[in-house]
Design a protein around this ligand. Structure first.
Ligand SMILES: [Zn+2]
Length: 593
């Protein structure tokens, strides 16, 4: 495409998507919807058909087409008035946007529902004897607390640890706890030492589970000394709820009340889970070809940074994160690639069908693309390759360096990536597994490429704005993608190669990694494994994709947090046992880090 004209169109999309009125395109928000409408508006001008839902069969397919066509009409109307229309729509946004949404977004969107956050329930009450305690000051709720209104009497069970092999069992000789509220000291006889011999036993989740098994109906923790550490963390969306309500007294409240066996307690507590539905936008371009190329870009970003992901650390509080580079840039590229392939008449362009996908939920852990990979609206076995555009807006005009990831996922890539680069300088990486949406397709054994102009000081900050984008550079990257796609051999499926991957969970603070890709979508108990990296501890131990990791050594891996904690307890060379559920079988596999 002619670079200047393309750069102008890309500029239009990037400015629209990263405008303050999009409020940072938080997954599941009204502004996510608004950004989706921008994409759908552009798609509906092209020869694309909505592909957000599984195709219907027989007569209903025809009906579906009919309503899609109507949808097209009204979308086109909306499009004409783009600039002004959008401005004036802003006043009556609530009704306007929703009204438009139901008509125009018909069939284009694929919704996915997930737990967006967990928060302490608004009602938190604790009465011990006759004293009503102040929440947040005299006591805290544990992030993993279960919920409910509980009345009962305390029963002191020491540290609440049962570890006969270590010569310590707080439950030995205890009467039955049925109907009682367990009173448990935090930490362990070793003090607050997660790497000590009581390590896993001292974790609150473990103690709560044990109290539950002994019949207790809630747990009140307390700090038995000034050195004891009181758990005051907040729940996040991946926190696994424990079996019982669990709270912890402050040191001063403990000293004042001296709670003991037999003391009456009334407790109301809990953690609320907020469900949110995000939306991918999916469009299909049918060329009647044997195979399909997926082009994807995530269009969600961090909203005002309140719900995580922000790197703004100056204490200035919530601010709109416009995400011009991350990833209005890739979304703009996606739209223009859809326009190009929709209008192209050359045989190389028509050698494939195309699935153009704008993902949401990427910033929360590839949620949208992972959902699509598990619930495809188009058969994945007909997909030849997937090209991901994530952050293509900051091409350095001096170095002209462009990151190309996934080059090892098929033997077709290497020569093409280098020879078709024009005056761009590809910096290639073999791995198909990284922190963006191509990973979800790589895990389905599809050759992938991810194009990325590199990170910068505005990354994940409110200053990632449109005026810092290199639009000419973006146009060059988009043209490079066209050359790459048109060079894929037609009428065959490129060979897929599993790469030696860098582990997503290998944060530098860990001494060891397992070499798994966790399923960030999984909300049950345990860590579901979405992919296993060859030649890493998990793969060597026989852990398979699809397994549910429930324990590592004596650590329960109830959720990602617990899994990370467990990992941090091991060192290189150490051997432990991974307990995994495979189907309804529990397997014990030796793992050497
Ligand atoms: Zn991104």
């Amino acid at each position: 495409m002619q670079v200047d004209a393309l750069a102008d169109r890309l500029r239009f999309h990037v400015y629209a998507l990263s405008d303050d009125s999009m409020a940072g395109r938080q997954t599941g928000s009204a502004e996510e919807h608004k950004a989706a409408q921008h994409i759908i508006g552009a798609f509906s001008e092209l020869k694309l058909r909505p592909a957000g839902e599984r195709p219907k069969t027989g007569g209903s397919a025809a009906e579906g087409k009919g309503s899609a066509a109507e949808g097209k009409g009204s979308a086109a109307n909306g499009m004409g008035s783009t600039a002004e229309g959008m401005g004036s729509a802003a006043s009556g946004m609530g009704t306007t946007a929703r009204g438009m949404g139901t008509a125009a977004s018909e069939g284009w969107k694929q919704g996915f529902t997930f737990t967006a956050r967990k928060e302490f329930a608004p009602l938190q009450k604790l009465r011990i004897k006759k004293s009503v305690l102040v929440w947040g000051k005299d006591w805290h709720t544990l992030p993993e607390s279960g919920g409910g209104l509980i009345k009962g009497r305390l029963q002191d069970v020491g540290y609440g640890i049962s570890a006969p092999d270590l010569g310590h069992d707080d439950y030995a000789g205890q009467p039955n706890l049925t109907g009682r509220i367990a009173l448990i000291r935090v930490n362990s006889p070793d003090g607050n030492n997660p790497h000590g011999k009581f390590g896993p036993h001292s974790l609150p989740a473990r103690k709560i589970r044990l109290a539950f098994e002994k019949g207790a109906k809630a747990v009140v923790f307390y700090p038995g000394s000034d050195e004891d550490v009181i758990p005051t963390a907040k729940p996040d969306r991946r926190t696994q709820s424990a079996e019982l309500p669990a709270v912890c007294l402050s040191r001063s409240a403990y000293l004042e009340l001296k709670p003991a066996t037999g003391v009456p307690v009334q407790l109301q507590t809990g953690v609320d889970a907020l469900q949110v539905t995000g939306h991918n936008v999916v469009a299909f371009l049918d060329h009647g070809a044997a195979y399909t190329v997926v082009v994807g870009a995530h269009y969600d970003h961090l909203g005002d940074g309140t719900w995580g992901g922000t790197l703004q650390r100056d204490g200035s509080g919530p601010a709109i994160h416009n995400g011009a580079d991350d990833n209005a840039s890739g979304t703009a590229g996606l739209i223009e690639l859809a326009r190009y392939f929709s209008n192209a008449n050359n045989p190389a362009a028509k050698a494939f069908n195309y699935l153009f996908m704008a993902f949401s939920g990427e910033e929360l852990g590839l949620l949208g693309s992972a959902y699509f990979a598990k619930n495809p609206t188009y058969p994945l076995n007909q997909v030849a390759a997937m090209i991901n555009l994530d952050m293509i807006g900051r091409l350095d005009s001096q170095s002209r360096s462009i990151g190309v990831y996934g080059v090892g996922t098929s033997p077709i890539w290497r020569v093409r990536v280098d020879s078709l680069a024009g005056n761009l300088k590809p910096k290639t990486h073999e791995s198909g597994s990284g922190s963006s949406d191509h990973t979800s397709f790589y895990l389905q054994d599809i050759p992938v490429l991810h194009l990325f102009t590199g990170t910068h000081t505005d990354y994940h900050k409110p200053s990632d704005d449109a005026d810092r984008i290199n639009f000419t550079g973006m146009a060059e990257v988009v043209n490079y993608v066209v050359r790459l796609i048109e060079s894929i051999p037609p009428n065959e499926k490129p060979v897929f190669v599993r790469t030696t991957d860098s582990d997503r969970s290998s944060a530098p603070s860990f001494k060891v990694t397992l070499g798994i890709m966790p399923d960030y979508f999984y909300e049950g108990r345990g860590v579901r494994i979405d992919g296993v990296t060859p030649n890493r501890p998990a793969a060597r131990s026989g852990i398979l994709k699809g397994d549910l990791l429930i324990e590592l050594g004596s650590y329960e891996t109830a959720d990602m947090d617990a899994y990370m904690k467990a990992l941090s307890a091991f060192s290189k060379g150490q051997t432990t046992t991974a307990r995994v559920m495979r189907g309804d079988q529990i397997l014990e596999l030796p793992v050497t880090f």
